[in-house]
Each structure stands twice: as structure tokens, then as C-alpha cells.
Design a protein around this ligand. Sequence first.
Ligand code: PEP
Ligand code: MG
Length: 317
Amino acid sequence: ALAAARAAAGAEARLADGTRIEVFANLGSVSDAERAVAAGAEGSGLLRTEFLFLDRDTPPSVGEQTAEYQAIADALQGRPLIIRLLDIGGDKPAPYLPIAAEENPALGLRGIRVGLAHPQVLEDQLRAILGVRPIGVARIMLPMIASVGELRAVRAVLDRLRGELGIGETVELGIMVETPAAAATADLLAAEADFLSIGTNDLTQYTLAMDRGNPAVASGIDGLHPAVLRLIADTCRGATAKGRWVGVCGGLASDPLAVPILVGLGVTELSATVSVVPEVKALLATLTIERARAHATAALACATAADVRRLAREFTA
Ligand code: PEP
Ligand code: MG
């Protein structure tokens, strides 16, 4: 039934040679989901769930969360919905999740670390996602993974809850690649995760050691920096060796200059900002995998982000 609903859900993005690339949209609300469907998105590769948790005194209940996730899944009409677990930290505090003042919030308690430090919050969110029907349409994605142990800890909770709830079906559990550690160990993570999705905003921040919110270093922050591209290449190599797909849900997936390079590096799912979904699909239709691979190889040999951008402009011209 899931497959039939998906097939009916509309145009599948393909390269000119028929290579399949999924084009998904990043969402933060039910209305985003409606806009995404209208724009031709094939699903959501990133639902940022922070909107449910911020600006309130108590965490949302399991029922409240399930209702929101279900409404978004319903708006997607059978298309897959990848729900990212809560990704807040010291820089985005919630009163019911006390986090001591930190000198370096970006390097502190954030992403999956918060869920592991507050097991009830993690368990409630997993329970809420397991409540979405049909089972399997909602997949789970973990932010800020740095170690296989974090993935194992969440999988153990997920398996226990599936047992308690009598859910025999598989519910996919994937991870975000946002730390150089995750990129360097992509093969190890892919052995235990159902998919990998690269968060290029944070991966760029952590690779270049440049705060993504600091205007003094903003001009140096570019996801097309050769160091970031090499980590994306490593991620694709590691995941492909274990038979797992790699997506990109960070800003590079919405950058027309980056898309051919990502595809050439082995990325097969792009989750973009809703407004650029049609442009990304149209751009993919002009590419062949052979040309994209040659272009990516050339990009990997560039010395600077500016060189990569120059090459990318020539490629699309
Ligand atoms: C990212 O880091 O690229 C990402 C998609 O997550 P966020 O922008 O929400 O940190
Ligand atoms: Mg991030």
C-alpha cells in the first residue's frame, strides 16, 4: 500500500540518463508540507521538530506530537516523512530542559546529546513517531551524531518501544552527518543506520571551525570548500560500501551550483528548501551521471571554495 501510494504521489526526479535521484523538501510545519507537495517534492528529507518544543514551559505530550506529525504525514499524502529528533542546545534553550551555561554551546549539549541526557524527552518523541500511520511512512533521523554508540543507544530505546507497542514493521532509523567524526566513520555508522543524510550547514561549521552564526567569519563559510567536499565524498564511499543511501538536507542541496557536484559524489537524495524544489528537479533533468561524476572529480581537485564555485559556474553555463 505504501509503495502504491508513493508511486501515485507524482513525478519522480531523474537525470537525463534515467538515474533516479529523490528530491525531497525541508519542512517546519503543516503548511510547509502542503507547499512542498504543490512544488512537486517527493517527500520530506528533514522535518525540523524544534517548532513543537520552543517557546513553552512544558514539553509537548506524546499525543500532541503524534497529532502534529500525523497532520504533516497526511499533508504529504503517502510520501515519506523523515522526522529529525529534537535538535536544540544551549543556544536555543527550553525551560524544561535545563542545560548549564556553556562556553561553547556548539560543542556542548546539543542535538542527540540532549535526548540522551533527557531520556524521557527522547522516549516520548520516539513513541510519538511510532504513533504515525501508516507505520513506516515516518522515518527517524538523529541530529549531531559523533559516535556509533549514540546510534546504538537510540536504537535500543526504539526496539524496546516497538516491542511494547507490538510494532513488527521496520521503522527506518537514520543519522545526520554533521560532524567530521561522522563523515570519517560513515562506513561504521552505515553498518548500523538505515540511511545517512548530510547536514552541510553544521558539517561546514565544524570542518572549518567557523561559527555559522558569527558574522566575522561568515565570508569564509562555504559548503563548497574542498575540505567539506572531501568529507562528503568519504561519506558516500563509506555508506555505499554498506549498501546505504546518502542524502543532503543542508543548504548545499538548495544551491544549484552544488547540486551537480553532490550527485557526482554519490548523493541520491536532495532535501531542499520548498521554494527551490522545482528548480532542483529541472536542473537534475539536464545532467547525466557520467558528466556529474567527472565534474565532481574536478571539484575535489580544486584548491579553494572560490575555485569550486568558478568551476561550477562554468559547468552550468
Ligand atoms: C544542517 O546542519 O545542515 C542541518 C540541516 O541542520 P540545521 O540547519 O537545522 O542545523
Ligand atoms: Mg544541523
